[in-house]
Design a protein around this ligand. Structure first.
Ligand SMILES: [Zn+2]
Ligand SMILES: [Zn+2]
Length: 468
């Protein structure tokens, strides 16, 4: 294990040197006066992670290469089903566990949260003047399993390289999903001196309830919420009305009850095995994933997953560090804003939570709680908007309640700098809003542009937004 870790560190060092040396070669002598601050796009979970075998042949450990996935599923799934039918739930769970372990084996992290296989993310965009003069967006890729502070260190080096090559003294960070976690770790560790604006889109910087429930053994499926999720998620991905009508008809057949009962039965009967094999072994040792646990679930999740087991002491120390940043996010970001960094939050809402969190129907973007991605807005439940008698929680002299009665933005960390898009999922993109933010000089607010007030409606075909 130690050797593997050393090999991984050496590889990272070697790559850093290579990248660092090429940067010197292209360094600009003078500052650039093009007026376009370089933008770094910090993507979310799911970027390509590579490894190499002893002969130097590169292979992908995520996404799992198709052949490997198919052969593993074909090897383990039929016996799992047969065991499920004839051998009872225990055998089913054991087979399922074997399949999952085999599928994700290349992705394992050790008890300290480091990759077991030497691993590295796919290349970031090359830092060149051409890229800056072109679309000016530098894609930052990282191993999303790792400690957000490891990724933040890599981001800091990437920022330095961009500053050096482009001749600008600051960058814009446009962070999406897990990218928000990496950005917050970055501000916590390195401050905001080199950042002109932080754009946070559907960001996981405050975690998500789904992961909190997963790591505290509280997942369950509710028939109504299964239906609500499908009916609110599918229109966003532009599914035909006919399909939605069919799903409504199916509601009266009781199919959602049957499905939810089946899944709950599996969760009840096999949860310990699934939990040990999948949730804990595979994902809990990835600090980048464990740090999606929201603050209110954190202590219970740590207790439940790691207990007092000393072999996880280092890992718990790592995840504690981000947890503290998550709790202190408002302070960290307000200090950055006071020091001249602009902030802009974009939060999507209008979709019921994934049907694994029981009988609750709070607002999400299909993955992340909208209350979390907005930095603390107050949301009405999906099915019960605020009524006419609703009083805005913080009376700051302007209206922060949305026209559809779903959002009260007055409780946000940044009520004047947070935009809400109704009917956009986690996977939509507010192209025109982001373009405007990126080009804005200074701290944009919800009152600066009649096209982009606080409350917006998303066009899921064009991926643009407009005022209500
Ligand atoms: Zn320039
Ligand atoms: Zn206000």
């Amino acid at each position: 294990m130690k050797k593997m870790f050393k090999a991984a560190i050496s590889l990272v060092l070697a790559l850093t040197l290579v990248v660092g040396c090429s940067a010197v070669g292209f360094a600009a002598d003078d500052s650039c006066d093009c007026g376009k601050t370089p933008v770094i796009f910090v993507n979310g979970i799911g970027g390509v992670i590579l490894s190499a075998d002893e002969n130097g042949n590169e292979f992908s450990i995520f996404p799992i290469e198709n052949d490997a996935m198919i052969s593993t599923i074909l090897t383990y799934l039929p016996p799992a089903i047969i065991n499920g039918i004839f051998g009872g739930w225990d055998s089913f769970a054991v087979s399922l566990d074997k399949m999952v372990t085999e599928l994700f084996i290349g992705m394992d992290c050790d008890n300290e949260g480091n990759s077991v296989l030497p691993a590295y993310a796919d290349d970031c965009d090359a830092v060149t003047v051409d890229e800056h003069m072109g679309d000016n967006e530098f894609d930052f890729l990282y191993d999303w399993r790792l400690d957000p502070y490891v990724s933040a260190a890599k981001l800091d080096a990437y920022i330095d390289e961009i500053i050096e090559v482009t001749g600008h003294d600051k960058v814009i960070i446009n962070a999406y999903s897990e990218g928000g976690e990496i950005a917050l770790a970055y501000f916590d560790e390195y401050g905001s001196e080199k950042v002109e604006m932080f754009i946070s889109q559907c960001s996981a910087f405050q975690g998500l309830t789904l992961i909190g429930k997963l790591f505290t053994n509280q997942c369950s499926v509710d028939a109504n919420q299964l239906y609500n999720f499908l009916m609110t998620m599918l229109p966003v991905v532009n599914v035909d009305q006919g399909v939605l009508d069919l799903l409504t008809v199916l509601k009266y057949t009781g199919i959602y009850n049957i499905l939810s009962n089946l899944v709950n039965k599996i969760l009840d009967e096999c949860f310990d095995e699934i939990y040990a094999g999948f949730a804990t072994d595979v994902f809990a040792c990835m600090p980048g994933v464990f740090n999606f646990v929201p603050a209110e679930y954190y202590d219970d999740a740590v207790e439940m997953v790691f207990g007092d087991d000393p072999q996880y002491a280092e890992l718990v120390k790592k995840i504690d560090k981000y947890h503290n940043a998550q709790v202190n996010a408002e302070e960290i970001l307000k200090e950055a804003q006071a020091n001249g960094m602009a902030v802009a939050f974009v939060s999507h809402y209008g979709i019921a939570p994934m049907p694994l969190v029981g009988d609750v129907c709070y607002q999400t973007d299909g993955l992340i709680d909208s209350a979390n991605s907005s930095g603390g807005a107050t949301f009405a439940p999906m099915d019960a908007p605020f009524d006419a008698s609703y009083k805005q929680a913080v009376a700051d002299g302007h209206n922060h309640v949305s026209p559809d009665g779903a959002v009260d933005a007055s409780t946000c960390m940044f009520p004047e700098n947070t935009w809400f898009v109704a009917g956009f999922s986690h996977w939509n993109y507010s192209t025109n809003l982001i373009d405007w933010l990126v080009a804005y000089d200074g701290q944009p607010t919800i009152n600066d542009n009649a096209e982009f007030p606080q409350f917006l409606v998303g066009d899921t075909v064009e991926n643009t937004v407009s005022a209500w």
